[in-house]
Design a protein. Structure first.
Lengths: 176, 176
């Protein structure tokens, strides 16, 4: 399963591509940070992000896309940019005909570190270890995108196993 | 000048198309409300809005697009949906190669009613009058989009006149 993870941001948008299957080690394929200039107008910034993501999808041909779900934060201005960039990512995946799954930050942290309260350093350390990288991803913004992609591979696997289990139970008449 | 105005919203997105020139009466060409089901998944909703706006741009061939600038509101969930829908509108216009201008709600209110603090009923009444409609637009969500389009026609004209005035001053050596 090849997954493209997106940690949305208007100024810096992290993108990570990994391949793996549930319960196995994930392989790092690529990671990027798409930058846009805060001094540029919004249409220019959104168009640049849209085109960059479309290029990355065309280059890496993921089977699905995982995007971080935006929640309220203290800084409303930051939330707005994150929501706008997230919409561009979700729309871009949908236009490419790819399934999109969204995860909250704590779901992602829990998936890669075992704790939904883990800090950024811990997430980066685990991503580096899980993908057998010789050094943490640089720029650091890509670490969250890689964590999202790993989370999706594993959770997708979890869902697939659950579905399989339920299907098995149904066949056996075990579901009440 | 033909302008397509967008009052962004995820569940209801108002769209209005008017034609006019600065200092003249505007003509109503069309208005719509693009609906999406809150029960549907985000990728489906954003894709529906994107395609609807692309169809409307193709049908009406506006020269520019005006989108309401989203600000912080009390309800963070509403702000997020508005920011996401606004990003789809801005990106859609940019992808179509159209210039996009954003206006705050109070700029729009001031343009059509003379007061930045005008309420929704007052904006609707003025839009109905300015476009010589026999009755207020239904659904009402379209009124704000029409007001945005009118605002852009008039403000575009204002900017053009200012630019002309400054150019004139420059030619005459009148700018210090």
């Amino acid at each position: 399963m090849r997954v493209l993870g997106v940690d949305p941001g208007l100024t810096r948008c992290g993108v990570g591509v990994v391949e793996g299957s549930p319960g196995r080690v994930c392989t790092l394929l690529a990671y990027y940070v798409v930058h846009s200039d805060p001094g540029d107008e919004l249409p220019v910034r959104l168009l640049h992000l849209d085109r960059s993501l479309a290029d990355l999808i065309a280059e890496h041909r993921p089977e699905s896309v995982a995007v971080e779900r935006v929640f309220s934060q203290h800084n409303v201005r930051t939330v707005m940019g994150t929501a706008q960039a997230g919409a561009v990512a979700v729309l871009g995946a949908a236009r490419a005909g790819l399934p999109v799954q969204m995860y909250t930050p704590s779901e992602v942290k829990a998936a890669v570190t075992g704790s939904g309260q883990a800090d950024k350093a811990q997430v980066t350390a685990m991503v580096t270890r899980l993908l057998r990288m010789s050094a943490p991803p640089r720029p650091a913004d890509a670490a969250d995108a890689l964590a999202l992609a790993i989370c999706h591979v594993w959770r997708g696997g979890t869902r697939a196993r659950l579905t399989g289990a339920v299907a098995g139970q149904r066949r056996n008449g075990g579901v009440r």
